[in-house]
Design a protein around this ligand. Structure first.
Ligand code: ATP
Length: 300
């Protein structure tokens, strides 16, 4: 008979390791689940890019479930190097636009001509990997890897090294916070390590995106009210990072979109107004009302 002399402490570690592996696997399956919905077209080539591209949404319809269409024929263009902002009530479909551009899902009406193009190339016809390589995404809620904060910042470009991670963290206004952590850049974060607040996680995601330096950026602003001086500084940093990139901003605070090339007001999956900040204020419609509400401080 085999006798087991395994110290109890070791079993505890083993248990945690297995549990963690299962959690990681869980996450992987969630990601795979998403990815299963789309597949590269046979013979798909990588996206061909030469600097910031022009992005077009052409008659885009989308449903997560067949019975409920979320986007009902969306048209807009983000000219090369410009920023388009999307605003509108919760649930109107703003984040869904970002997910489609990152190709988490394919448009539902591809057969009827619905498509998203990057420099004229249909993103459903090029490799998904090349689309994602071209896009830096700062989501509302960033999931951190169970690793060091430096690993999390360098994720996607690990060869960039420590100095680049520090420079990106400075630009994302999270360097000071990291320096004060017990092990600095080597502090473990994520579920197994230090838990970061939503704002701190988002700053890690911003640092990661600044480091990746992609030609296209998607910024899905966090819903929580972030109007401290620090957050304003980040907004300024993001604006300068987005300066020569083709950028889609999903905005909750209108103060962050005033400089956008075009602002789209989305309601129930329809674009109900579009124009520059000044044009939309002049129209005196939904945007002007949202602006007045936010200026009066009764809404965030
Ligand atoms: P918010 O401002 O609150 O972030 P939003 O405008 O970004 O909202 P979306 O997240 O795009 O809204 O969601 C649009 C609609 O799609 C919502 O009604 C939501 O319930 C639905 N939805 C979102 N994700 C899924 C999903 N994975 N499966 C089914 N329905 C979904």
């Amino acid at each position: 008979m085999i006798q087991l002399y395994i110290p109890l402490g070791f079993l505890g570690v083993l248990y945690r390791e297995i549990k963690q592996s299962l959690t990681d696997l869980d996450k992987m399956f969630v990601l795979l689940e998403k990815d299963r919905e789309i597949a590269d077209a046979p013979g798909a080539l990588p996206l061909a890019l030469d600097g910031p591209p022009t992005i077009r949404f052409e008659n885009v319809r989308f449903s997560y479930e067949p019975a409920r269409e979320i986007l009902h024929g969306i048209h807009f263009e983000i000219p090369a190097g410009k920023t388009v902002a999307v605003v509108g009530p919760s649930g109107s479909g703003k984040s869904t636009l970002a997910r489609l551009l990152y190709r988490f899902y394919d448009v539902t009406n591809h057969d009827e001509g619905g498509r998203i193009t990057i420099n004229g190339q249909d993103i459903a016809q090029v490799t998904q990997g090349s689309v994602r390589a071209a896009i830096g995404i700062v989501p509302q809620d960033t999931v951190l890897f169970n690793d060091t904060i430096e690993y999390n910042i360098l994720y996607g470009r690990p060869e960039a090294g420590h100095e680049a991670a520090v420079a990106a963290a400075r630009a994302a206004h999270i360097h000071g916070f990291i320096e004060r952590l017990p092990q600095g850049y080597q502090t473990l974060v994520g579920e197994r390590g230090l838990k970061l607040s939503g704002g701190e996680k988002q700053r890690v995601a911003i640092a990661r995106t600044l480091l990746k330096n992609p030609p296209v950026m998607i910024f899905d602003e966090a819903t929580s009210a972030l109007d401290s001086a620090n957050e304003r500084a980040i907004q300024a940093e993001l604006r300068s990072a987005a300066a020569n990139k083709t950028t889609l901003v999903i905005a909750h605070r209108l103060s962050t979109v005033v400089d956008a090339h075009e602002i789209l007001v989305l309601e129930h999956g329809h674009i109900v107004e579009r124009g520059s900040h000044a044009q939309l204020l002049q129209q005196g419609g939904a945007y002007a009302r949202m602006w007045a509400l936010q200026q009066s401080g009764t809404d965030t």
